[in-house]
Write a protein that binds this ligand. Structure first.
Ligand code: NAP
Length: 244
């Protein structure tokens, strides 16, 4: 069998990096994209993949990235994140733009550009990493929750629009995963970021990567539509059992 190609966006850290490692372990040639190319090159060297610079918020960057890739069997829309925690009354428009451009339009750009190749593969798979924030809203989180809702609706709409095409679609919606996510959300404030995971056993990036690996290794007729996964210590988006 010829080698299958997987594309993972946001593979320079966290869930994306772990997913690239997992898919490489399964025998995929993995194309990794993100802005921090030094990290990507190191990862690609370790897993025998290909590192390409990618800014999902830029039309030209996405065009160059997707044109450089030949066949595509799996696309993992992972690049994303949150900026800030603010009530609507104090919403920072730049933070909102960042979240919508990265999570929503980034997913749209990559999916739209790679869809013809995914269909042409004869057995394509699109995995989109949304969040529990794609199902609920919480105070001070509307920039992120609204972006994740929109990203999820885009992904879920494709399930119907692609019916009859050889492409599976899986949404994975994690709760708290300890990655650089909170560091980015709080603008590099490590102390504040660490508090998010204090007193709980959060999910690890590898936990999500193993789920992507499970999804990708199902036979072509099996479509896992939606997977919601949280730490045992988390019942809802903002409800945790914390040990003091
Ligand atoms: P992370 O460690 O901060 O990783 C985010 C990745 O996205 C990085 O590789 C980053 O790479 C990339 N990225 C950000 N902006 C980008 C852009 N403009 N172009 C290309 N890549 C970009 O966080 P993570 O937790 O692994 O997040 C991965 C996904 O999981 C996100 O969609 C996030 O919303 C979702 N998620 C996370 C959690 C959680 O608790 N951690 C929970 C639910 C869902 P560069 O900065 O190098 O470009």
């Amino acid at each position: 069998m010829s080698i299958r190609t997987a594309v993972v966006t946001g593979a320079s850290s966290g869930i994306g990096e772990a997913t690239a490692r997992e898919l490489a372990k399964q025998g995929y040639h993995v194309v990794v994209g993100a802005r921090r190319i030094d990290r990507l090159e190191q990862l690609a060297a370790e897993i025998g993949g290909t590192a390409l610079p990618l800014d999902v918020t830029g039309d030209e960057s996405v065009r160059a990235f997707t044109e450089a890739i030949g066949e595509v069997h799996v696309l993992v829309n992972n690049a994303g994140g949150a900026k800030g925690l603010a009530p609507v009354a104090e919403a920072d428009l730049d933070d909102w733009r960042w979240m919508w451009e990265t999570n929503v339009l980034g997913t749209l750009r990559l999916t739209k550009a790679l869809l013809p190749k995914l269909i042409a593969s004869g057995d394509g798979l699109i995995v989109t990493i949304t969040s529990v924030a794609a199902f609920v809203h919480y105070d001070n989180g509307s920039g992120y929750t609204s972006a994740k809702h929109a990203q999820a609706v885009l992904h879920r709409t494709l399930r119907g629009e692609l019916l009859g095409q050889p492409v599976r679609l899986t949404e994975i919606a994690p709760g708290a995963v300890e990655t650089e996510f909170s560091l980015v959300r709080f603008d590099g404030d490590a102390e504040r970021a660490a508090k998010v995971y204090e007193g709980i056993d959060p999910l690890l990036a590898t936990d999500i990567a193993e789920i992507v690996g499970f999804v990708a290794s199902r036979p072509p007729h099996v479509n896992l539509d939606t997977i919601v996964v949280k730490p045992r210590d988390q019942a809802e988006a903002g409800r945790f059992a914390r040990r003091s």
